[in-house]
Write a protein that binds this ligand. Sequence first.
Ligand code: PHE
Ligand code: ZN
Length: 879
Amino acid sequence: MPAKPDRELPVLLREYRPPAWRVDHVDLEFDLGIHRTRVDARLTLRRAGPAGEPLFLDGEGLRLVSIALDGRPLDVTEYRLDEHGLTIAQMPDGAVLHTCVELDPSTNSALQGLYLSGTPEHGFLLTQCEAEGFRRITFFPDRPDVLARYTTTLRADPARFPILLANGNPAGTGLLDDGRLWARWDDPHPKPCYLFALVAGRLEVLERAFVTAEGRAVTLRIYAEADAIDRCGYAMDALERAMRWDEEHYGRCYDLDVFHIVATHDFNMGAMENKGLNIFNAKYLLADPARSTDDDYRHVEAIVAHEYFHNWTGNRVTCRDWFQLSLKEGLTVFREQQFSADMGSHVLKRIEDVQLLRRAQFPEDAGPLAHPVRPDRYSAIDNFYTATVYDKGAELVRMLAGRLGPAGWRRGMDEYFARHDGEAATVEDFLAALGEANEVDLRGYLVWYAQAGTPQLLASGRYDAAHRTYTLELRQHTAPTPGQDVKQPLPVPVRLALLDAGGQPLPLRGASAQAAVSECVVELRDAQAAFTFVDIDRPRAASLLRGFSAPVRVEAGFGADDLAFLVRHESDGFNRWEAAQQLARLAFDRVLAGDLRAAEIGVWVSTVSALLDDNRVEPALLAELLTPPDALELAERCEPFDPAAVYRAREFLEKSLAQVTGARVAARHGQLVEAEQGALDGASQSRRRLAGRCLGLWMRADPTAAAEVAARRAAQAPNMTERLAALTLLAHHGAPQAEAALGDFAARYADDPITLDKWFALQAQIPAEAAVERVAALRADSRFNLRNPNRVYALLRAFAARNLVAFHRPDGAGYALIEDCLVELDAINPTTASRLAATLKDWKRLEPTRRVLLQASVERLAAAATSPDLADILRRTLA
Ligand code: PHE
Ligand code: ZN
């Protein structure tokens, strides 16, 4: 490989070469200023590749002030600078390179590298380095397999920057002769540069002491701006729970004397796991009863845990290259899913995770941006922080964990940490450690990592009364995806039970198995296989893929009656919900086909509405059982895709259910909110979820009466969950009270950006054609700001991704609006622009009128795109 990569070509997995140079130590000194920051870097370099190979260091947008090798200033002929970095041809085998560069954080609107959060007068400085931001701070081999020890010294005006933070343990602080404050940080753990971070500014702190199971005393601190610090308590509690949980379930303790989290309103993603210094999008850190919904609380807990868990899965064991991104992300999402399930309800957590997978990942896997969990090529790595890498990646880890069982999984993970602590690993390393610790060969699962697309699983069962056997036939098929025409069979674990007429599992005996079990896992390894259970009564129904044991689409040919039976009798909570979803899908298909009197619709309505009278069903689960699949899931069933038709058909189902349940849901809503105090325990959250669902159905049954109650709850409910749900219903159903309620909400939360984002997002999703004009007006509103990713996502992404009626207005006005925003946004923040542009991926599936319009928009954008990120998304979208 040439020392300096060719940027025109995609990066290929198969061309991986170990780094030619290692960095043993990095000594960084920052002289910080909002408009001018100076970075002195001393890299202790060691040749790792062949003699004579030049040194190439990545560096972008840096103004080189000075450069010296082993103390000797370099002459301009001794190095070469271009827009991608610095090359030194003649290098000894070991040397200390000192570079000094300058940058201007205040103009960094991409929010990668060193940037300013907030205004120049009041804001603070921080960094974001994953994936390739460190090269915007100093010259460095910016790749995750170069692990180094870091010492960081920060110097700044103490009036403006009283808090100076970096990775690792504190190693001194004081005042300089010129009056400036200095602080030094020493990180004893070798790390890749994407985990580097610093923060400098005026921040308040919340502190708590923690002692690890190994006896290490750790100070936990959460930093936020003054108006936010009193909303950090919940995150602190969640952090403590996550730290304990990782000790108990994985035997992993924290490994520094301090653990710091900082909240910012200006962040491209959710949060970042920088070593010992996590940086959070404030949206996922701050929580308080008056302003946060139950969903917000769950997200904060989940993301605090996710970033904390990265300390072992991501930081102590990191990734060899960015192709292995899911090695840390899929694994960490899975660990967070286990944790969140333990903290709340296992069934509800699984339902939420599967919903996310179906709404975000399945469509990704079925469209032009489909890619394997481990991609084999990329042009812009920032475009691979996807639902596939994260959420499908977590499903693959779940299958592996399921295959090994709890004890085997723990053994395998212990082995993985033991082998690779302090190293940069690959997916192969992971599978080898898990497999060898358990003496099983897991390499068959590599195909799951390498192959894109959601497999279709076809199942059919046969009972042989004469021999008392039941045979389950399974077949799999994966449709081609871009660049992968031929697909291989995958190992598909199918967890199943066979139920008798009362819903009880029948004892399962395989031909060879000794003891009977009530539930088992069969693994389909080939394109098709049959599994026979012996000495068994005739089952009333098969309960397949329990707990969603593999990320596939199942087609079992069940009719409405079979599914209704499962909704009534299935004991596995997840599969009970799944049966209700499948039943709703059958009904939806009939509505979409114009068959409004089809039996399936009636069966769905009567089956799920009957659950309202069953007080054994837990309220939150009942709410989910009463909800048809999201429009984004149903959209896939419409070919060609007519967004308005999907919306109407789903709404028809809602109304059909509402007509039958109207009086009951009104009464139930009354009961549920009567006792409402805004408490945060699980039972209260569960009741609120059902209250929201009841109000939604009531709104369709009796809009006048329901809207009056909704208007009162929007103004007065003692919690944000209900207020927001009520306001959303008023706005989405065009209730006469909607505008006043929206105005009140905006006035009340005018100075709280996180809550105001909710106000933007709910209006972006109003399912009416006129929402285009509303979104255009909001975009022009002084409160909107294209430079703030949260606001862009709240208004524009919510509109493009979720508003089937307005974004897809047949005159193309919705497309034009997003096109226009994207051109402007690309120049400001390419990451945010390309994440917004990913919502355009389904143009090819649209019915012809809309397809032509959206295609034209995408083509114009592709021609106008200036950033590699946006250009890459659009090129793949058009391909
Ligand atoms: N690594 C972060 C996480 O998932 C996500 C992230 C990626 C944040 C890139 C910022 C930039 O925890
Ligand atoms: Zn992560």
